[in-house]
Design a binder for this molecule. Structure first.
Ligand SMILES: C[S@@+](CC[C@H](N)C(=O)[O-])C[C@H]1O[C@@H](n2cnc3c(N)ncnc32)[C@H](O)[C@@H]1O
Length: 416
């Protein structure tokens, strides 16, 4: 989409075309295009409206019902922060006393809108003209045009002296191809500019890929990993006065449509702090090694945010658990740990990995359905499932792992 096509979508005719496209989104695209053309909508406008309606439909999972009024591009939507994560970040910035924020590379504005909703005045800068125009339209649609303004330009030229805080979520996909960029030096704005922000602005937050190499985390920054309903979605570096602890794992879930707004936690601790049903945080140094011991009755599979934050030792402490292999993040305990930070399974059998022996055991137990978890195993779960030729009325969980270096399979059942 170019600026002219976007402008056409914002006219009364464009709005009517969008309404017509929205009614047909999710159905047969050729039939939808035919219906819009039959209603007298010009082909170019019909195509733009149908694309927009389809993107809005896909965006509901990320933004909730507000997606219905947003303007989106495919790469912008793919890179946008989901609302539950953006709201939580905005809430934390506001609690830290931030009143004015520059969002340097604001994309479609998901983070900026959350900050504006939290009562922060946001100055967005976006290099791509269509994305910048859409971000401004999204602010208007959300009734936040006075709190979030967008300038189209190069974020590296923004005068950061104008604001209390900066947020930067650099593009990690190549413009044009949409291919993921794994090397931070190829991010845009560039990594040295992004990390240099922390030296210029005392309140700086940078969103990064959850796979970031720990060696790249600037000294003194807090690195936070965030998961939503068990899926690892991002990492953020909280720099300067915003850094509270070295490492944090934050577990969020999508709020139910009727839920009250997110509440802030009082203050983080080196153990777990929780708001029932809303979010959970585990904090610590990220530098402690968990103790290694034998396989015990219960195995705990930590949330990926805990693993990536290197907080497995802190979790082990909290649930009185040990590893069975120093390099594998399964935690073993004599009792099921009542923790939101890990899934717990009861181990019924431990055997050195052998397809023949495992098949025989599962046949004896009449296991016809198995979920397969793995850490530290090169086995392909779906191939193994086929090779096991499961049959029977029972269900089981199989954990493929290593114990003291040896390939091992744990036959398990869920706890409670
Ligand atoms: C990852 S996206 C931001 C997504 C945003 N946080 C959200 O949740 O909607 C990064 C954006 O930065 C923009 N960008 C990249 N380099 C830039 C630069 N030097 N100046 C301004 N914007 C830039 C890209 O066009 C892209 O829209």
């Amino acid at each position: 989409m170019d600026l002219d096509q976007f402008a056409a979508l914002r006219t009364p005719e464009g709005s009517a075309a969008l309404d017509a496209a929205t009614e047909r989104a999710g159905g047969d695209p050729l039939a939808a295009a035919g219906a819009l053309r039959s209603a007298g909508i010009p082909a170019g406008l019909a195509a733009a409206a149908l694309t927009q309606a389809e993107l809005r439909r896909r965006a509901v999972g990320k933004f909730g019902p507000e997606a219905a009024g947003m303007f989106l591009t495919r790469p912008g939507l793919e890179q946008a922060t989901r609302r539950v994560v953006a709201d939580r970040r905005a809430d934390r910035l506001r609690a830290a006393g931030v009143r004015t924020l520059a969002d340097l590379g604001c994309g479609l504005g998901a983070d900026a809108l959350a900050a504006a909703r939290a009562g922060i005045r946001v100055y967005g800068v976006e290099a791509d003209p269509v994305t910048a125009a859409m971000a401004a339209a999204n602010a208007e649609a959300a009734g936040l045009a006075g709190a979030f303004t967008v300038e189209c330009g190069d974020a590296t030229a923004f005068d950061v002296g104008r604001v209390d805080a900066v947020f930067c979520d650099p593009a990690r996909r190549r413009a044009g191809t949409g291919r993921r960029i794994f090397d931070p030096n190829a991010y845009s704005p560039p990594w040295d500019f992004v990390t240099g922000l922390a030296e210029r602005v005392p309140h700086t937050v940078v969103k990064v890929a959850p796979g970031i190499d720990h060696a790249l985390i600037p000294a003194g920054a807090e690195a936070e990993w965030v998961s939503v309903a068990g899926d690892l979605v991002e990492a953020a570096l909280w720099c300067g006065r915003l850094a509270e602890v070295p490492r944090r794992a934050t577990l969020l879930r999508e709020p139910s449509p009727t839920a009250a707004p997110l509440l802030r936690e009082p203050s983080p601790t080196a153990s777990a702090a929780a708001e029932p049903g809303v979010h959970h945080q585990l904090t610590g140094s990220g530098a402690v090694e968990a103790t290694v011991g034998p396989v015990r009755r219960y195995v705990h599979d930590p949330d990926p945010a805990v693993v990536r934050a290197h907080l497995v030792a802190e979790l082990a402490d909290a649930i009185d658990a040990t590893l069975a292999d120093p390099s594998i993040a399964y935690l073993y305990a004599d009792a099921p740990g009542a923790t939101p930070f890990a899934r717990c399974l009861e181990i019924t059998d431990v055997l050195p990995f052998s397809l023949k022996r495992l098949r025989a055991l599962l046949r004896e137990r009449r296991v016809g359905r198995a979920e397969i978890l793995k850490r530290g195993s090169a086995l392909e779960p779906e191939k193994l499932r086929r090779d096991l030729r499961l049959a029977g009325p029972e269900a089981a969980s199989l954990v493929l792992t290593r114990v003291a270096g040896a390939p091992t399979v744990l036959l398990c059942r869920p706890v409670g």
